[in-house]
Design a protein around this ligand. Structure first.
Ligand code: SAM
Length: 279
């Protein structure tokens, strides 16, 4: 699992009133630059709900910036106390600084900086999975965030990022996950890693494909199931499609060439997990 390169901090509270404070610049850099996030092993998540999700799930928090509205908010104060006890630096800032930090006119009143968590696929135990979703070169942060949220909703067990993917820790992705990022394990993999996993996978392997000959509602999905999804523009790489035992297709009528990747993933996941999902 990746971990942060940033120095550990001992819990403290600091008031910041200047936009040019180096910590504010650092958080802005984490929000806007992938290179900066990767080097530091950190990322930014906005909002009190995400802060409480992250803390409840035991994620390491480095900074928690609180705006003026949060000083009397008991949930925010509890989150700040927990974060501080775990070594985070609590930053008390004004709305203008939060705006500058997040580049938004109406910023969230809580902004957290957390340690990234992503594991190597080669360390995954297939027997411990329900449904694992592998995404071949996913490029759109909104799609990735929506998929992570849906994986969480159906009780699937993780998301594999195969090849050159969009950054799961980009702020747009994090926003789209609505907190599910803190509950869904992420793995990174090369195409070869995924092909190796397919060979040793103990349950159903199904790839979605526009040329698939199997209606996605017909397989008897055996858990653990590995669901493989293609890239938004190019679909699934041919060698990956060849490696998968079953190519499933979601029927379409009308003129659309294909479904949006996140929609196709959601439809497939609900079918695969159907017998586990009841109101
Ligand atoms: N032009 C691409 C192609 O030829 O595959 C379209 C890719 S589509 C926008 C992105 C991914 O969503 C596909 O690779 C596949 O995994 C999934 N997908 C979209 N519509 C689908 C459908 N009707 N049946 C099966 N999978 C679908």
């Amino acid at each position: 699992m990746t971990s942060s390169n940033a120095p550990r901090r001992t819990g403290a509270v600091k008031q910041i009133t200047s936009h040019s404070n180096p910590l504010i610049k650092e958080i802005k850099g984490l929000l806007t630059q992938r290179k900066h996030r990767t080097q530091a092993g950190l990322f930014v998540a906005e909002g009190l709900k995400l802060a409480t999700d992250a803390l409840e799930a035991g994620w390491d928090v480095h900074y928690l910036a609180l705006g003026p509205d949060m000083r009397d908010n008991p949930v925010a104060q509890k989150a700040a106390a927990t974060a501080k006890a775990r070594g985070a630096l609590i930053l008390e800032v004004n709305t203008a600084i939060l705006s500058a930090m997040t580049r938004k006119d109406n910023p969230q009143m809580v902004v957290g900086v957390y340690e990234q968590r992503i594991s190597d696929l080669r360390n995954l135990d297939p027997h411990a999975q329900t449904v694992l979703v592998a995404l071949d070169r996913v490029r759109d942060p909104g799609n990735l965030g929506t998929i992570i949220r849906t994986v969480d909703a159906v009780g699937a067990s993780g998301v594999v990022l195969v090849g050159d993917c969009t950054d799961p820790f980009a702020v747009e992705t994090v926003r789209a996950t609505m907190g599910s990022l803190f509950h869904v394990p992420l793995y990174k993999a090369t195409r070869q890693d995924l092909k190796d996993l397919i060979v040793r996978w103990p349950g159903t392997v199904a790839a979605t494909h526009l040329k698939g000959s199997v209606d996605y509602r017909t397989p008897d999905y055996t858990e653990p199931t590995l669901l493989v999804m293609g890239n938004e523009q190019q679909g699934l790489e041919q060698d990956l499609a060849d490696a998968c035992k079953t190519l499933i297709r979601i029927p379409q009528v009308g003129q659309a060439d294909s479904l949006n990747l996140a929609v196709a993933t959601g439809i497939s996941l609900y079918e695969i997990r159907r017998k586990h999902l009841a109101l």
